[in-house]
Design a protein around this ligand. Structure first.
Ligand SMILES: [Fe+2]
Length: 233
C-alpha cells in the first residue's frame, strides 16, 4: 500500500524558506531545487506519543518546581483543528518559552538576565477528543537577539505539534495581541499574507480566565487549508 502524500500548503500562508530580513534563513535555506522524497508507510504511521507518558504537571509550567515562578500567571488554551473545523484529537502539543525576564533555561542562553529556579519553561499535553489543549504558564519576557542592531523578539511561546508520526511534526510561535514589537519582528514578518500573520497572535479570552488568579489567552491552530496557521519550515 502506498501512503497518500502530504497535501501542499495554501500559497501565502507559510513563510518562505528564504526570508533575508530574518538573517538565519540566508544560510539555512536551500540553494538547489528541492527533490521529492516519497515517504514510506513507516514514516506516516508512527511512533505515537501516548497519554500514558504524560507526567502530572507537564501542562502546568508553574507547578514543576518547589515554588511558583515569578511573572504574570496565565492560561494558554485553544483547539487544534483541520481545514474543515474538525478537531484533531490525540495530538502531542509541546511548548517552550523564556522566563518572565526573557531568559531561556538553556546552556546556550547566557545573557544578562536572571534565571528563575522555579521555571524551566517546557510543557506538553495531548489534545482531547474535541482537539482542545490547555497550559498554565507565565507571560514570557522580551529578549534581544542578534538578527540586526537592537533587535528584540516580541513575547512569544514556541509550539510543536506531533500527529501520528515524527514526519508530521509542525513548529510555530504564538504571540500576544497589542505587543509593540510585533510589527518589527522579521520572523513573524516573514509570513507573506498579513491575515496569516494575525493567526499567530493569540487573543485575550476573559471568559476562560480565572478571576483573581490568571488571565487566559486563546490560540487555535489550523493544520491546513486557506486558514492554516503559519508554521516554520
Ligand atoms: Fe524564542
Amino acid at each position: 500500500m502506498d501512503p497518500i502524500p502530504y497535501r501542499r500548503e495554501t500559497p501565502g500562508t507559510q513563510p518562505p524558506a528564504l526570508s533575508p530580513e530574518y538573517r538565519s534563513t540566508v544560510l539555512r535555506s536551500p540553494r538547489k531545487p528541492l527533490i521529492v522524497l516519497p515517504h514510506t508507510l513507516s514514516e506516516v504511521t508512527g511512533p505515537i506519543f501516548g497519554r500514558d507518558r504524560l507526567q502530572p504537571n507537564d501542562a502546568d509550567l508553574t507547578a514543576q518546581h518547589k515554588e511558583r515562578p515569578i511573572g504574570d500567571r496565565m492560561i494558554v488554551a485553544g483547539r487544534v483543528i483541520d481545514e474543515n473545523d474538525r478537531p484533531v484529537a490525540g495530538t502531542l502539543v509541546e511548548i517552550w518559552q523564556a522566563n518572565s525576564a526573557g531568559r531561556y533555561f538553556h546552556p546556550r542562553d547566557s545573557r544578562d538576565a536572571p534565571l528563575d529556579p522555579n521555571f524551566t519553561g517546557g510543557g506538553r499535553t495531548i489534545t482531547d477528543a474535541q482537539g482542545n489543549y490547555r497550559f498554565i504558564t507565565i507571560k514570557p519576557g522580551y529578549y534581544p537577539w542578534e538578527n540586526h542592531p537592537n533587535a528584540w523578539r516580541p513575547a512569544h511561546i514556541h509550539f510543536s505539534l506531533f500527529g501520528p508520526a515524527f514526519a508530521t511534526r509542525l513548529v510555530t510561535q504564538m504571540y500576544f495581541s497589542g505587543d509593540p514589537l510585533i510589527p518589527l519582528d522579521p520572523i513573524l514578518g516573514g509570513v507573506p499574507d498579513p491575515a496569516a500573520r494575525l493567526r499567530l497572535v493569540s487573543s485575550l479570552d476573559l471568559e476562560s480566565s480565572r478571576p483573581e488568579w490568571a488571565l487566559a489567552y486563546r490560540f487555535d491552530i489550523v493544520l491546513r487549508g486557506h486558514a492554516a496557521t503559519p508554521m516554520e519550515g
